[in-house]
Design a protein around this ligand. Structure first.
Ligand code: AMP
Ligand code: MG
Length: 260
């Protein structure tokens, strides 16, 4: 699941269940979310380090679902979610990291990127929005930039929600068919869908070239939402657990104080 060194996305079954059934996994998700929320409180109180969660997926891959169903348990005071869509004119006039850098987490915070700077080696590559001589350099630039964030106290975890082509077809069809989901669908999504193999190749390269020990990529099975949610919750929970955040020492004279 964790990408190190080499990767064959064909070896990752989007329908994987790891032997879980839906009921047990849903119960377990509640446990994970509760633990996640405790750890977040500690991170927030400690205010020394931060966490950046990057979510990437094809359209209908479940990024919004993860935000809704996994990260709901967290204290909103300590979480920011930023969605990155087609860059605005001002964003296009700057380097591609400009718009993301302002949303990296402050000490004590968890920042979630719903799409990210990785679009600049994914959609930009697949749709030829920049010359290959430009996007090719970005893998190294991204590695270096992320390393800088790590060196400065941010732990980075990157999640690729891996859905199958058939699952995407069904989910997009559902979007078209249901009035309360139709707003999410854009005709441009079909263009991206037609370029599925090119996107897979671009994802492969991005994941392989930028997965580092301190900023790893994980391939998350995405076809079953309950598996996806549990896997994401576990990865984020373990990431926080490894950080082992602690309440800060109280100011001297506070312990044992009687409030009059
Ligand atoms: P959604 O996440 O469904 O709201 O869609 C956002 C859209 O913005 C997707 O089609 C992305 O491919 C597109 N997008 C995100 N970042 C970039 C970028 N840097 N350049 C071009 N398109 C982008
Ligand atoms: Mg979309």
């Amino acid at each position: 699941m964790r990408v190190d060194g080499k990767l064959d996305l064909d070896d990752h079954d989007p329908g994987e269940t790891f032997g879980w059934d839906k009921k047990a996994a849903t119960t377990e998700l509640d446990v994970e979310v509760a633990r996640l929320s405790e750890l977040q409180m500690l991170l927030f109180a400690e205010k020394q380090r931060s966490v950046l969660v990057v979510l990437q997926a094809m359209d209908a891959g479940g990024k919004d679902g993860v935000l809704r169903e996994v990260l709901t348990g967290l204290n909103p005071a300590g979480v920011s979610v930023t969605s990155f869509g087609v860059p605005s004119e001002a964003e296009r006039a700057h380097d591609y990291l400009w718009r993301v850098h302002q949303h990296t987490p402050a000490d004590g915070q968890i920042a979630v990127f719903n799409r990210s700077h990785y679009e600049d080696v994914l959609v930009v590559r697949v749709k030829n929005l920049a010359a290959s001589s430009v996007w090719r350099k970005r893998y190294t630039q991204i590695r270096n930039w992320e390393q800088m964030l790590v060196d400065e106290g941010t732990t980075i975890v990157k999640l690729y929600l891996n859905i199958s082509n058939e699952e995407q077809r069904e989910r997009l069809q559902d979007r078209v068919d249901s009035p309360d989901e139709r707003w999410k669908f854009r005709l441009g999504d079909l263009e991206d869908r037609q370029r599925w193999p090119q996107f897979q190749e671009a994802y492969h390269d991005a994941l392989v070239r930028t997965s580092k020990r301190r900023a790893p990529w994980y391939v998350v099975p995405g076809d079953r939402k309950w598996v996806r949610n549990l896997v994401v919750a576990r990865i984020v929970r373990r990431t926080l657990e490894e950080l082992d955040p602690q309440y800060p020492e109280p100011e001297e004279g506070i312990a044992g104080l009687v409030i009059g």
